[in-house]
Design a protein around this ligand. Sequence first.
Ligand SMILES: *[C@@H]1O[C@H](CO)[C@@H](O)[C@H](O)[C@H]1NC(C)=O
Ligand SMILES: *[C@@H]1O[C@H](CO)[C@@H](O)[C@H](O)[C@H]1NC(C)=O
Length: 239
Amino acid sequence: MAFSSEFRTKTMKNFPYTLLPVTEKSSKESTRTTKTILSIITTLFLVILLSCSIFIIMALWLGPQTPVVKLNSLSVTNFTVSNTKLAANWVATFTVYNPSLAMKLSLDNIVSAVLFKENNALAIASVEGFGMDSRGENRVQMEFSTTGYEGDQPIVEYPVLREIEEDNKRRGTVRFSMIMNMRTTYKSAGYNWVAWTRRFVMNSYCLDLNVGVVKGNGSFIGGGSRQCEVILMLADDHE
Ligand SMILES: *[C@@H]1O[C@H](CO)[C@@H](O)[C@H](O)[C@H]1NC(C)=O
Ligand SMILES: *[C@@H]1O[C@H](CO)[C@@H](O)[C@H](O)[C@H]1NC(C)=O
C-alpha cells in the first residue's frame, strides 16, 4: 500500500525536525544539483586560492625558517691542563642547512666558542661568513687554538682547570659545548616583485659533547652528527 503525499506530509509534521519536501519536480532537483556542484567548485577554488595566498604570505613574510645546524665532528689535540693554564687545539665541522623554500640567507660575523660544560669559555674563534641558497647546504670548519696566554682567548680560572682535570681522570672524557653567534640576513629568493630582507641574530648551541681525551688527543664520542639548538632573534636594525 502506497502512502499518499498528503499522508506523508502530515506524518512528517510530527517530526521535530524539517525534512526536504519529497514531491519536488525533477527539473528543480537538477537545478539544485547544478547549483550544489557550482558552489562546491567555487568553494574549492576559493580554498585553493586562499591556501596559495596563505602559503606565499607565510613563506615570504612570516616564515624565515630557522637554519638547521649539525655538528659532524669535534676533535681535540694537544690538550694539556695544568694548575695555571689550559692549552689545546680543537677542530669542529658543521653542516648548516637553509630549509626555507622562498628565502636565501647569509651568515656573517660568525663567532664561536668552545666551553667546558655549558658556561666556561675555553677558546674563541671567528669564521668567514657565507651565503646560502634556498634549501642550500654548507659545510663549515672551525679551528680553535689556545696556549693559555693569548690576550684574545678566555682566561680559564683555577677552579675550572681543576674540575676539567678531575673529570678527565675520573671518566676519561671531558664534556664540552660549542656555541655560535652570528648575524643572519634573509632575502626573498626568485621573487623579484617582492624584495624582502630581514636581519636576525642567531645563536646555535651544541651541548653535552663528550670527548674522550687520551694523552691530550681525542674526538667526540658517540659518532654520527649532532643536531644543535638554534635560536633566531629579530635584530634591532631594519632596512
Ligand atoms: C702537538 O704537540 C706536538 C708535540 O708535543 C707537536 O709536534 C704538534 O705540532 C702539536 N700539534 C698541534 C696541532 O699543535
Ligand atoms: C696528538 O695529535 C697531534 C696532532 O695530530 C700529534 O702531533 C701528537 O703526536 C698526538 N699525540 C699523541 C700522544 O698521540
